[in-house]
Design a protein around this ligand. Structure first.
Ligand code: ZN
Ligand code: ZN
Length: 177
C-alpha cells in the first residue's frame, strides 16, 4: 500500500513521517477516502473544507483547484519555473515553527529529508558546518552560545534537513519557536 504513494523528487521520504498520515478521511479535492491525508501547510485565499490526499497534491489538482501552494517560494531562487511549480504546488510541504523555506543547490531545489535533532545532524558534517556558518552570518557571534544551541537541537529548536538532488550534499537550517 505505502509503496504506491506518490512521491515527489523533492520530498522523497514522505511515508507518513512528516506530512501525511494514515487516516480514513475524505479528501477535500477528489472527495475520496484514499487512506492517507496530508497534515501540513497549504496557503490559499479560499476556504478549504478538509484536507488533501497525497494524490491530489502530487498531480497538482489540489493546488490548481484552490489556487494555493504547499510551500512558499521563499528561498527558491534561481530554479526553473517547472521546478518552482513542482515544489510549491505538487510537493508535500512541512510544518515548522517559522515560515518553512526550501533550499536550492546545484541550481535545483533540494529534497526535504525531515526535521532532525543534533544527533542526526552530526551524522551530516557538511550540513552542520553550513548551518554554523549561516548562523554566524545571521548574527550568532557568541561561539559558545552557538555551539550550545547546535548541540541541543531536538528540544525547543530543531534543524530542517535537506539533500541536494544533484550532488547529494546535505543542507540544514535551524527552526525554533
Ligand atoms: Zn484527493
Ligand atoms: Zn548540490
Amino acid at each position: 500500500m505505502s509503496a504506491s504513494l506518490p512521491l515527489s523528487r523533492y520530498h522523497p521520504d514522505s511515508l507518513a513521517r512528516w506530512s501525511i498520515r494514515a487516516a480514513t478521511e475524505t479528501c477535500a479535492c477528489c472527495k475520496c477516502n484514499t487512506g492517507w491525508i496530508y497534515t501540513a501547510t497549504f496557503y490559499t485565499a479560499y476556504e478549504v473544507n478538509g484536507r488533501f490526499c497525497p494524490w491530489c497534491i502530487a498531480d497538482g489538482s489540489a493546488a490548481e483547484r484552490f489556487a494555493g501552494e504547499f510551500t512558499d517560494s521563499y528561498g527558491l531562487d534561481g530554479v526553473s519555473e517547472d521546478v518552482l511549480h513542482e515544489v510549491t504546488r505538487c510537493t508535500l510541504g512541512f510544518d515548522a515553527w517559522q515560515d518553512p523555506h526550501w533550499f536550492v543547490h546545484c541550481k535545483d531545489a533540494a529534497a526535504f529529508i525531515g526535521e532532525v535533532g543534533s544527533t542526526e545532524l552530526a551524522a551530516h558534517a557538511e550540513a552542520l558546518d553550513q548551518l554554523r556558518t549561516d548562523m554566524r552570518l545571521d548574527g550568532w557571534h557568541h561561539g559558545s552560545q552557538l555551539e550550545h544551541f547546535l548541540t541541543h537541537l531536538g528540544g525547543g529548536a530543531t534543524a530542517m534537513l535537506f539533500r541536494c538532488t544533484v550532488c547529494g550534499a546535505h543542507l540544514a537550517y535551524a527552526d525554533a519557536s
